[in-house]
Design a protein around this ligand. Structure first.
Ligand SMILES: [Zn+2]
Length: 431
């Protein structure tokens, strides 16, 4: 992969940094990728080689690129971190060859950490993100360098439609203003480097967030990513305490925040902040967004958030949900326990029973038991693969998904899973 022509451009109302990405060892078309911010933020936006290197590295590794040659100068601290990140991802996912980074070292990077720079966080409106803001406000006084002054809200990730994104911006603007946060809407197509959502969740997520932050390194000294899982539930994931900080440079720290708290712990903190609960945006069904209503109230993610709020007697405050009905029947229709949501639902069962919601807790218990009986073996296969096959099954899966967007059990059978193809065909796409 070559990342070239890294440039800073100005349009009528936005500033854009862009780069041209040329693939060398796989059959993928040359791409222009960009990050844009409103024009008033132009002084802090830089044509950062660090940013595009961070964004391109994991897709390059996944698609078998032997090198990543990036134009411009790269922070040597970042290079050390990226090598660690590649090593970690190789352990997790069975990559056999790291990408060789070809770049020129920048000299004097640490000098860029000036007192005028700001602490930022990724301001999605979700439980994790708002808890990160809430805890920051409890810990630091205005004027402290650690006091979040910027909130980064990104269009082009889970929300791509401009009208839906504008509803999110509008929905979070008052909260930002009341919290002393400058909300910075960011527009990017970096995810187009590999738009597979499984790859996103497993590996890509925090590198894209970090890349966006690096384009603002003229303004920021830190950017905090709210944790998705607490320490008790950690597993290989695209945002992880062992991974995220590797995307830091000498002048910009990328932080993984809040892994000491479970999702229910965070919701409990948020429940004490009425304004935060009213502004929640947890739903990924952006096609259902309407002004002031940023959550469908019917999807699995909405329902588990509403269930937690019900346990905490805050359901009435959840004004940004189009539906707030949480009953055993409603939950049963949408609930499927997966490895990703298992810890979130499991921690709700006890509190629901303690509050007398026995019918609902029984529905969740049944779903968890079904997962543990019928889905638990998938996890056992993954563990077996990691421990005894050195990630062979995952490498098969990765090499296969590099060559085609979809897969067939017939091809898998040709690879190496002859004895287990029926079993593998049901778990490979979901890991
Ligand atoms: Zn929803």
């Amino acid at each position: 992969m070559r990342i070239e022509d890294i440039r800073w451009e100005q349009t009528l109302d936005r500033v854009r940094v862009a780069a041209t990405v040329r693939w060398e060892d796989c059959d993928r078309a040359t791409q222009d990728v960009y990050v844009e911010a409103p024009i008033q933020f132009a002084p802090g936006v830089a044509a950062s080689s660090d940013a595009f290197l961070v964004a391109g590295l994991l897709p390059a590794m996944r698609h078998g690129e032997r090198r990543l040659a990036v134009s411009g100068e790269i922070c040597p601290r970042l290079l050390i971190g990226l090598k660690d990140a590649m090593q970690l991802l190789s352990v997790w996912y069975g990559y056999s060859n790291p990408v060789t980074i070809e770049s020129k070292n920048r000299v004097g990077s640490a000098l860029a950490a000036t007192p005028s720079k700001r602490a930022a966080f990724f301001f999605t409106g979700g439980v994790d993100s708002l808890t990160t803001l809430r805890v920051n406000r409890r810990q630091f006084a205005d004027g402290d360098p650690e006091y979040f002054r910027d909130g980064l809200l990104i269009c082009g990730l889970e929300v791509e439609q401009l009208d839906a994104f504008q509803y999110v911006v509008d929905g979070l603007t008052d909260l930002a203003n009341e919290s002393g946060v400058t909300l910075i809407p960011i527009y990017t197509n970096l995810r187009s480097l590999d738009d597979d959502w499984v790859f996103w969740a497993d590996q890509f997520e925090s590198s894209v967030l970090a890349a966006v932050a690096h384009t603002l390194h003229g303004r920021l000294f830190s950017a905090s990513i709210a944790s998705s899982y607490d320490y008790g539930c950690l597993h290989p994931h695209g945002s992880h305490p062992l991974l995220d900080s590797n995307y830091s440079s000498a002048s910009l720290q990328i932080r993984h925040d809040g892994a000491g708290l479970s999702r229910l712990d965070k919701t409990r903190i948020l429940a004490e902040w009425e304004r935060g609960v009213k502004s929640l945006r947890v739903c990924n069904r952006s096609d259902t967004y309407r002004p002031g209503l940023l959550n469908c109230g019917r999807c699995e993610k909405c329902l588990r958030t509403l269930t937690a709020l019900m346990v905490l007697d805050k359901l009435d405050s959840a004004e940004s949900f189009a539906n707030r009905e949480v009953t055993a029947d409603v939950v049963q229709k949408s609930l499927e326990i997966t490895p990703m949501n298992y810890p979130y639902w499991a921690e709700l069962v006890g509190p629901l029973e303690a509050k007398g919601f026995s019918q609902l807790s029984q529905v969740i218990r049944t779903a968890i038991r079904y997962f543990e009986t019928n889905g638990g073996w998938k996890e056992a296969v993954v563990r077996f693969d990691r421990q005894y096959l050195n990630g062979l099954l995952l490498r098969v899966r990765n090499s296969f998904s590099r060559t085609t967007a979809s897969w067939s059990s017939a091809v898998l059978a040709e690879l190496c899973l002859k004895d287990h193809v029926a079993m593998a065909s049901s778990w490979l796409p979901s890991i």
